[in-house]
Every structure is written in C-alpha cells, then in structure tokens.
Design a protein around this ligand. Structure first.
Ligand SMILES: [Zn+2]
Length: 327
C-alpha cells in the first residue's frame, strides 16, 4: 500500500473530516479493526491530552505508561521527554490561529497559501513535520499500512491536504445538523480521572449550526480543489456500517474482503481496546457495540431550534439529503 520512498514502504493516511457528535470516533475505531489498519483517533490532541494531561489511553493505561505510545514516542522522537509539550501545543494551535473551541475560519486560506504570513508558515511547517514523525512512528511500531485519523477539524484536514508523504485521503462524515445540535445541548460527564470535573459545556443550536455550516463548506472547498474526498452520512453508516467501511477503504484503493470484516456482524461491531488518547467517550467502548441510529432530536429538540438550525445550514442541508421539517 502507498508508494516507496527511501526504501521504506509509506503508509496511507485516511483522515475523517467532520463536525463532531457524528460517530467519527466509532467509525475510526471500526476501521482500526480491519487487518493492516490502525486507528489513532484525534491525533492532533495528543500534545494536550497525552503529553499535557497524561489522560487514560483507550487501552486502560495512562498515556505515559501505555506501551504503544511509549514505543511510538521512542521511535518518532527518541522519547516523549525530548519534546516540549508547551511548544507542541503552540504549534498545534497554529492550524486554528490559536483558537481551540471554535477554530478561526481565516486560518484555512492561510494554510493553503502560507507564504503571505511567514511566521505562521514556519509554525505550520514545524507542526506538519511533527505530525509526519508521529505518523511515521505509528507506522513503524504497528507495521500497519493504513493509518486512520479522526481529528476531523478543518485546520488539521487542510494541513494534511498539503502534505505529500502519506498521500492522505479524506472521508467527510456528515450528520443531520439537527442531530448534532441536539447532542451539543446535552451535558456529558467527563471521562476517567477527570470524572469529578465539571461536565463539558454545551453549545447553543445556533452556534452548532454555524459551526456545522462553515466546517462543511471548508471541506466542500477542498473537494472543489480536487482533493480526494468521499462523503459518508452518519445515518447511512449506522444503518449499513459495512457499506460505509467499504466506501472509506476504497478511498485508499482497497477493496475489503469478507475476512477484513470479521469483527462486524450486521450492526454489531466487536471492538478491541486500541490506543486512542483523544476522542469522545466512544473511544473507551470495548467488546460488542451495537450501532443504533440516534434520532432523539426529532422529539427532544424544540421545533423553534430545529427551524433555527435549518435556516443557518440551508446552503448545504438539502444538498446532503436532509429535509427541513414543515411545521
Ligand atoms: Zn494505549
């Protein structure tokens, strides 16, 4: 898989793009069960969650005790201690112009044409190099020929689109924005050792809708520029996961054989723990996981909020096959 450079086989990189609350972590983990594939989750948050907070990896060990990440750190950087977490975090923030909760849209054109901002360009190049070493370490430690990344956000996707080494391919995972909006209004308990901390803050339906719109417009722009994007809708993924996995694998030129999908029985996936350091609580599930369509928003999201979301997302709503409710 992939091409050969300097005598080393180069892995393919499959990156999931999307808005959050869209099943990306689950899709990433299911892809990671395919032989020869490895799921790394929200890799761009490893500096904050791993190096910074030493959170629990999905294998159950904390980051610095996880044998997988220990080996990757050794291979990529000669050990994690050789990196300055604050500097890594600063470089990672360059793809959002320093904003973490709601990435800055102006960052995206600057990633595509960085020469107009030389200082940012240096940071972006340094960050791309850091990610490159990380993916290379993952490839070397696992021997996998496909790395699946569920970082999702436009800045990360744009940065990957500009890098050549792993010939990245993209899957845009789209969910009905009313479902995303409803999920974002629910308070979610924090994970693991942070379970006692305040619950994750919620986002108003209007804010979710504008984020949904500009994220998806950002991905549409890359698609229009002929970067390799496939679309998968969350609702279809949940209904027929096998078809969604096949669509994803085709992005990197792979036809899945029945033995590649032995972990999947209809809508039930048998998941091994894996080594995801960041991602939503789906990263911690293991064993048999049944996929179920979550359409609680139809009952629970007030119709005025539904209409707000429909209005804000109208430039793309129908295009992605979602119908406004006529109430
Ligand atoms: Zn681990």
């Amino acid at each position: 898989m992939g091409d050969e450079r300097e005598g080393h086989p180069v892995a393919s990189l499959l990156a999931i793009a999307g808005t959050g609350q869209n099943g990306a972590t689950l899709l990433c983990r299911m892809l990671g069960e395919v032989p020869g594939f490895v799921a790394v989750g929200e890799i761009g948050r490893i500096w904050e969650k791993g190096l910074g907070e030493n959170v629990e990896c999905s294998c159950g060990e904390v980051f610095f005790d996880c044998p997988f990440w220990k080996a990757v750190g050794e291979r990529s950087f000669g050990g994690w201690h050789r990196l300055d977490p604050a500097e890594c975090h600063r470089l990672a923030a360059s793809i959002t112009l320093g904003r973490s909760r709601f990435p800055h849209p102006f960052a995206l054109p600057l990633i595509l044409v960085p020469w107009i901002a030389p200082r940012l360009r240096r940071d972006l190049e340094a960050y791309a190099e850091l990610l490159d070493k990380l993916y290379e370490g993952v490839r070397a430690v696992t021997g996998a020929d496909v790395i699946v990344d569920s970082m999702k956000i436009p800045g990360h996707i744009y940065l990957l689109a500009r890098q050549r080494r792993f010939s990245p391919k993209f899957v845009q995972l789209i969910r009905d924005p009313r479902g995303v909006a409803y999920s974002n209004t629910k308070k979610v308990p924090r994970q693991g050792s942070r379970a006692d901390k305040p619950m994750r803050t919620t986002r108003t339906p209007r804010k979710t809708a504008s984020k949904w719109l500009w994220f998806n417009l950002a991905f549409e722009l890359l698609r229009a520029l002929r970067y390799p994007f496939a679309r998968v809708r969350y609702e279809e993924f949940v209904d027929d996961p096998e078809a969604a996995l096949r669509t994803c694998a085709r992005q990197i030129g792979r036809e899945l054989a029945p033995e590649d999908l032995e972990f999947l029985h209809g809508r039930t996936a048998t998941l091994t723990p894996g080594h995801l350091v960041a991602g939503n609580r789906m990263r911690l599930l293991r064993g048999d996981v049944e996929l179920r369509l979550d359409e609680a928003w139809r009952r629970e999201l007030p119709s005025s909020d539904q209409r707000t979301v429909e209005r804000v997302t109208s430039p793309l709503l129908r295009r992605y096959g979602y119908r406004p409710t006529s109430r």
